[in-house]
Design a protein around this ligand. Structure first.
Ligand SMILES: [Zn+2]
Length: 475
């Protein structure tokens, strides 16, 4: 197959494979700025670092966009078994946990199948629920941590323990809503507790958390490679920059953030060949609730009609083939096949929609979206393992993966920007609403409303919970 962009492709690929920029940037983001947790000095400094770097690539319009979000500061957390033995465990709070103390029986609900909360409501009421991070057996859909949490609260839980189902990665983290003291525990310590429960029938424990919910400021990093502007249409790509506060967030997300920077660098070098503008975004505060992308999509709402496509590269420089999972845009599959053939690369494609990364606020507004990902890996993959633990560190990111991602997606974006016959169009709100219903995602929204209504009936409401109940924004 003839490649109309052969010369541009050669420039892009040779530049990427003779540069150490992304790995150098990764080292600064991870080793200098740590987790880049929203609202911290490292969050601001890493955003400024990215802006300066992008400017040094010749992209003078690089800037930050600042906004306020609900923030969270981790405090010390403890879990002590008080009966029938006395023992303390190494645990960590889950983001947005309230600070507090609860002593009650531990009720283990395994992987927390969707039906178990109502079924065992009598046991759960007033007690501490422990569930694992595994996908519940017998369920076709994945049950997200936050849904397990909300269903536990609705069943009357007063404390919550989230157990890693992967051995040797320590306690997991991951956001929940600020209602009850909530902690993560390792596979090993969780297993100890389940054995104790089995032997003794009843285990009493005390959770203490000292976390703080507050309002913070965070920012998105935004820059444009202008191209020749044959019309007002443009292409978006991005990846979040914040990692979980206990980690370096190296694979998730920084490996993708440096790919976004690298694509900006090399596409800026070939901008004369670009028909349309490409916008690159480093989103803030994804891990705590997709705040950066929600903010962007609403602040730039009026520009979304002209957005041809949004490519999300969350963890984009991790392992696996560098294909695209489209979010219900099947018309793009033959297009990608044709482009992959002319580029002589393996870019598998698939269709799937998940609400748990930065494409989602754009998808909800009808923008054609997709994620840089490996659709062929789905069947064999057992989960993320070290993701959302202390061990998502720089050493997990391999240069060949970062280069492959940069080379494939930069050439993909060039083609999206230049295509004369771009098929997808923005979907209407009605189409999106129907789709969300059909996928069952509206259940999550209803569940959130239900738990808010339920918590409002409590005699004692934690001040952080009160603030959360009164929050009125999109998020
Ligand atoms: Zn991520």
């Amino acid at each position: 197959m003839e490649n109309p962009y052969l010369n541009v492709d050669k420039k892009i690929v040779s530049e990427i494979y003779t540069s150490s920029e992304p790995m150098d940037n990764l080292e600064v983001l991870c080793d200098v700025y740590g987790s880049r947790w929203p609202g911290t000095q490292d969050d601001y400094d890493s955003a400024n670092y990215m802006v300066e770097k992008l400017k040094s690539y010749g992209i003078e319009n690089a800037h930050t966009e600042t906004f306020e979000i609900p923030g969270w500061r981790r405090g010390a957390a403890t879990l002590e078994v008080t009966h029938p033995i006395k023992k303390s465990f190494d645990v960590i709070s889950l983001p947005f946990s309230v600070g507090g103390e609860v002593e009650a029986d531990v009720i283990f609900l395994d992987a927390g199948h969707v039906d178990v909360y109502e079924k065992r409501k009598d046991e759960v009421e007033g007690n501490i629920v422990m569930v694992t991070s595994a996908r519940p057996a017998g369920m076709t859909r994945n049950l997200h941590r936050s849904e397990k949490y909300v269903r536990s609260v609705l069943a009357g839980a007063k404390g919550w323990i989230f157990m890693n189902h992967y051995p040797a990665y320590g306690p997991p983290t991951g956001g929940i809503s600020p209602i009850i003291p909530s902690i993560g525990i390792s596979y090993e310590n969780g297993s100890f507790l389940t054995r104790l429960l089995k032997r003794e029938g009843k285990v009493r424990a005390r959770i203490k958390t000292t976390d703080e919910n507050l309002t913070v400021e965070t920012r998105n990093v935004v820059c444009d490679v202008e191209g020749n502007s044959v019309d007002d249409e443009y292409v978006l790509t991005g990846c979040h920059v914040d990692g979980h506060d206990i980690s370096q967030g190296a694979v998730d997300p920084a490996s993708g953030a440096v790919v976004v920077m690298e694509m900006a660098r090399v596409l800026n070098m070939v901008k004369d060949s670009l028909k349309r503008r490409i916008r690159f975004i480093g989103f803030g505060a994804e891990e705590t609730g997709l705040f950066g992308s929600y903010y962007y999509a609403s602040a730039h709402e009026s520009e979304l009609d002209n957005c041809r496509f949004m490519l999300n590269l969350d963890s984009g420089g991790g392992a696996g083939k560098k294909g695209v999972i489209f979010n219900d845009f099947p018309e793009l599959e033959p297009t990608l096949e044709k482009w992959a053939a002319e580029m002589k690369v393996d870019m598998p494609h698939g269709q799937m929609v998940s609400p748990y990364s930065d494409h989602w606020p754009f998808f909800k507004k009808g923008v054609p979206t997709g994620s840089g990902s490996d659709p062929t890996a789905k069947a064999s993959r057992t989960g993320r393992g070290y993701g959302h633990t202390r061990y998502d560190t720089l050493d997990k990111v391999k240069q060949p993966n970062v280069r492959l991602a940069s080379a494939n997606y930069a050439r993909f974006l060039l083609r999206v920007a230049n295509a004369d016959d771009w098929a997808p169009r923005r979907k209407s709100q009605k189409e999106i609403e129907d789709f969300i219903k059909q996928m069952g995602f509206d259940e999550t929204v209803k569940l959130a409303e239900r738990v808010k209504a339920y918590v409002k009936t409590w005699d004692q409401i934690h001040p952080d919970t009160e603030k959360w109940l009164n929050r009125k924004s999109d998020w």
